[in-house]
Design a protein around this ligand. Structure first.
Ligand SMILES: Cc1cc2nc3c(=O)[nH]c(=O)nc-3n(C[C@H](O)[C@H](O)[C@H](O)COP(=O)(O)OP(=O)(O)OC[C@H]3O[C@@H](n4cnc5c(N)ncnc54)[C@H](O)[C@@H]3O)c2cc1C
Length: 438
């Protein structure tokens, strides 16, 4: 990819006399960018992070997965996150809005699940902890600076920023999130036509939570044409707390409603008994946000000298709260590829190709689950977990973030999806209706 040649840059990769050349320039200081920057800095590589916002800043995506824990530990973040006092998530609940059915996954109970707990986080605080940690580990972090253009050549990458500066790196990690900077520039972004969703959400105080350890659960409520998330952000004594409440629906349904986000959220909450019940004494404590929630995937996750991580590689519908974990999982893998390429003295092509195969396979696991979630046969089996052959345990492990659990998980997930197909034709478990209760 050569987007713009830069005559000022020394083709030998040394940069101009006054231009420092970093081993790696990272675009974006979200979870993916911070993760990459921390790992690179800790292994002694000069790394520059360019983040267009000033932290703390609001961000959606508050429910983490248990397998994030091993990445936090690798980054040395464990004590800082423990001290932050984020609620602990031990499971996820899925309910039908008409009350006909519901089930809970408790991560600790999963036979194949190695990590049993995750955090629920206000992203403004969480992302700031991660970015400041990257700086403490030695990354140079510049906030309030947007990358405007990227040009690669045989020896490295030159980026130009909104403050008129130019930076040079031997490699670029694009962690620009759904901004998908290099993917858009290269024209490799492909939208998923079936998942053009819109999310409407806000934070509420005084939301009723489940008693005991279930108080930190993510609660998903599936209605016929949309679904809700309830993510506890603070759990108070007395069984209530601050909760992120959001509803996800087709873009066309949102447009057809003709309502403001605020009116729509209020109406849909009132029409969903399980959600309305939890919010009966709640008050909204934030603005109502409306954001597009369109799934997409880039056809390539890399070009020579440039690798895309997190949402800048692909964005998956958030139903299973996989976004932050996948962002950090991919950033960690990309970092290893960059380090190997620096050591080998090449342009990354060999290591990035291996990286892409690994991440595509990880994304596909969640994509198959997401596609299933919007179909009735999947929901019928998903909400009727069977201990037989440990299929429910395999699903539990995937929900916790086990992406590389080997053959023992692969064949069970394969069988689970075969049973979903069978369920479409013959009822292996009782059928149910998603229609609102009469
Ligand atoms: C409605 C919705 C609900 C979600 N819920 C969940 C959830 O519950 N759990 C979960 O895990 N995930 C969830 N996600 C997904 C999650 O938000 C993302 O997957 C995650 O934030 C990806 O991390 P990232 O670091 O790749 O990108 P981001 O977190 O978006 O970070 C990218 C950073 O890059 C910066 N940036 C962008 N362009 C530039 C530029 N040109 N120059 C400099 N900086 C730039 C941005 O300011 C931003 O700080 C949800 C997403 C949506 C849309």
């Amino acid at each position: 990819m050569v987007l713009r040649a830069d005559p000022q840059v020394d083709p030998a990769g040394g940069g101009t006399e006054d231009m420092k050349v970093h081993d790696v320039v990272v675009i974006g200081g979200g979870p993916a960018g911070s993760c990459a920057a921390t790992l690179l800095a800790r292994s002694g590589h000069p790394v520059l992070v360019l983040e267009r916002e000033r932290f703390p800043r609001f961000h959606v995506g508050e429910s983490l997965l248990p397998y994030n824990t091993e990445i936090f530990d690798e980054l040395g973040l464990g004590p800082k996150l423990a001290a932050a006092g984020f609620p602990v998530k031990r499971g996820a609940q899925f309910h039908l809005g008409n009350g006909a059915k519901g089930t809970s996954f408790v991560f600790r109970n999963g036979r194949f699940t190695r990590h049993g707990e995750a955090y629920q986080v206000e992203r403004s605080r969480f992302d700031e902890i991660l970015l400041r940690h990257a700086a403490e580990c030695g990354a140079e972090v510049r906030e309030g600076v947007a990358v405007e253009s990227v040009a690669t050549d045989a020896d490295g990458v030159t980026v130009r920023t909104s403050d008129g500066e130019t930076h040079r790196g031997r490699f670029l990690v694009d962690a620009s999130g759904r901004g998908n900077l290099t993917g858009n520039q290269e024209g490799v972004k492909v939208m998923n036509p079936k998942l053009r969703k819109v999310a409407v959400f806000a934070h509420f105080e005084g939301v009723q939570l489940d008693p005991g350890t279930k108080g930190g659960d993510t609660v998903i409520v599936r209605q016929e044409r949309h679904w809700f998330w309830l993510i506890p952000l603070r759990v108070d004594e007395g069984g209530s707390g601050r909760v992120s409440v959001g509803v996800v629906m087709d873009r066309d349904d949102f447009a057809a409603s003709g309502e403001t986000g605020e009116a729509l959220l209020g109406r849909l909450v009132a029409e969903s008994p399980p959600v309305a019940e939890r919010l009966r004494s709640a008050r909204r404590e934030s603005a109502v946000h409306v954001t597009s929630d369109f799934s997409y995937r880039n056809t390539r996750f890399w070009s020579p000298r440039c690798v895309r991580v997190g949402d800048a590689a692909g964005f998956i519908d958030p139903i299973f709260s996989s976004g932050v974990f996948l962002a950090m999982f991919s950033a960690r893998a990309a970092t290893r590829a960059v380090r190997d390429s620096i050591r080998a003295g090449d342009d990354g092509a060999a290591a990035f190709a291996v990286y892409e195969t690994r991440i595509r396979s990880a994304l596909s696991i969640y994509q198959e689950m997401v596609d299933g979630f919007y179909t009735q046969p999947f929901m019928e089996l998903f909400l009727e977990p069977r201990a037989k052959l440990d299929l429910a345990a395999a699903v539990n492990a995937v929900l916790a973030g086990e992406l590389e659990g080997g053959w023992k998980l692969r064949w069970r997930m394969w069988l689970f999806f075969r049973l979903v197909r069978l369920q479409a034709r013959f009822p292996l478990v009782p059928r149910f209706s998603l229609a609102p209760a009469a």
